[in-house]
Design a protein around this ligand. Structure first.
Ligand code: UD1
Length: 370
């Protein structure tokens, strides 16, 4: 490994679930600099998410500094976004090279920047490397596989991830089991969570409402599929309010669905502190997200996942999450168990302890900084 006087790391963020993962890494680099550490970073926002509600609010609430560069790629198909990010990031690297490209998670920006960097022989580090759902119909799974195939350093969240990497031939000297940066952010902000302004207006009471989030193309792009899921949630909720922060992709389909039960409350995508306040005090969360299943596990909130697979199996084997599949009929018996008080309690996975950002920076200092 080449040691560099003032190594510069590109930190890549593009879409909503990236922002809570980069915040603790940036915080740890800045703490290290204050102690004389030599790592420098350049924060690059690809612009994959650009609305204040999907992006800017997270920077403000989590104290993430303004990006040094915004590639401003905006919306598009998978290939359009991938190619725009690659083209613009490649140009940036040619103009001003960095020593390492650090990507997080599994979004299009993660894969696109990893490819552009590695082709210019800039090493790649992947935070949350090694996780797999096995479901190739999800763009995120393709992003994970491609990214990990060309990653030099893996920062992992679980032993399962380590095993997945070893099975593809990755040697142990490239795997760093450090824990979960998303949980660093959650623990750091637990005492700052904010009640949403609509709390009183909707008459919400702790543990007497459900939170719903849906945004996977398979669940929300078809009107009939989405309508059937919403009816099953409405029917099983026993009149409890269902708070549904609606992702922009879901909003498009939702416009054409009528006659939903009156206990649904559709709200805008929530900022970080408000969203996790809602989750923390909910009776349960119903979701097709991956990251939310980690947060519910740490907060001990029952979670039902409307997917057939998960890349985060520890949320099921150790945590409060259950995979219900995508058949809406699975919701009724699961909600029966919830309301009967019969949901598992769960435990917190190893190293999900709030110190992951610091562990990552310690490794980077050792490997790169003189
Ligand atoms: C992306 C990620 C997914 C992540 C999700 C969280 C990929 C492949 N998927 O999916 O892993 O869980 O973000 O939100 O990277 N849009 C807006 N405003 C925005 C951003 C998007 O209106 O700020 C619209 C787009 O125009 C598009 C839709 O939302 O119609 C979907 O956006 P896109 O970035 O394609 O993917 P997501 O479904 O958000």
């Amino acid at each position: 490994m080449t040691m560099i006087e003032h190594p510069t790391i590109d930190i890549i963020a593009g879409a909503r679930p990236n922002f809570m993962k980069i915040a603790p890494i940036i915080g740890a680099i800045e703490s290290s600099q204050a102690r004389g550490g030599r790592l420098q970073y350049r924060l690059i926002h690809t612009g994959q998410h650009y609305d204040a509600k999907m992006s800017g609010d997270f920077f403000t609430q989590l104290g993430i500094p303004a990006p040094h560069v915004n590639l401003e790629v905006g919306s598009g198909t998978q290939a359009e976004q991938t190619s725009a990010i690659m083209t613009r990031y490649e140009k940036l690297l040619i103009e001003k090279r960095s020593d390492l490209c650090l990507v997080v998670g599994d979004v299009t920006s993660t894969m696109a920047c990893a490819i552009a960097a590695q082709k210019l022989c800039v090493q790649v580090a992947h935070v949350e490397g090694g996780i797999r759902s096995g479901d190739w119909t999800m763009p995120e799974e393709i992003n994970r596989m491609v990214t990990d195939a060309i990653t030099n350093l893996f920062f992992t969240t679980s032993e399962v991830a380590n095993g997945n990497l070893r099975r593809t031939g990755v040697t142990d000297d490239r795997i760093f089991f450090v824990g979960n940066t998303m949980i660093d952010t959650l623990l750091a902000n637990m005492s700052r969570l904010q009640q949403p302004t609509f709390w009183e207006e909707l008459g919400l009471v702790e543990k007497r409402y459900l939170v719903l989030t849906l945004h996977r193309p398979n669940n929300v792009d078809g009107e009939n599929t989405l309508a059937a899921m919403l009816r099953a949630v409405g029917d099983g909720a026993r009149g409890m309010p269902v708070v549904f922060p609606v992702h922009p992709r879901t909003a498009k389909t939702l416009q054409s669905i009528a006659n939903l039960s009156s206990n649904f409350h559709f709200v805008d995508p929530q900022p970080y502190l408000e969203f996790n306040y809602l989750v923390k005090h909910a009776k349960a969360v119903i979701t097709d997200s991956g990251g939310i299943t980690e947060e519910t596990t740490v907060m001990g909130v029952p979670c039902m996942t409307l997917r057939n697979s998960t890349e985060r199996p520890e949320t099921v084997t150790m945590g409060t999450n259950e995979l219900l599949g995508t058949d809406p009929a699975a919701l009724a018996p699961a909600l029966d168990r919830l309301f009967a008080g019969d949901w598992k309690r769960g435990a917190i996975p190893p190293l999900w302890d709030g110190k992951t950002g610091a562990r990552i920076v310690e490794v980077l200092e050792k490997l790169f900084a003189r």
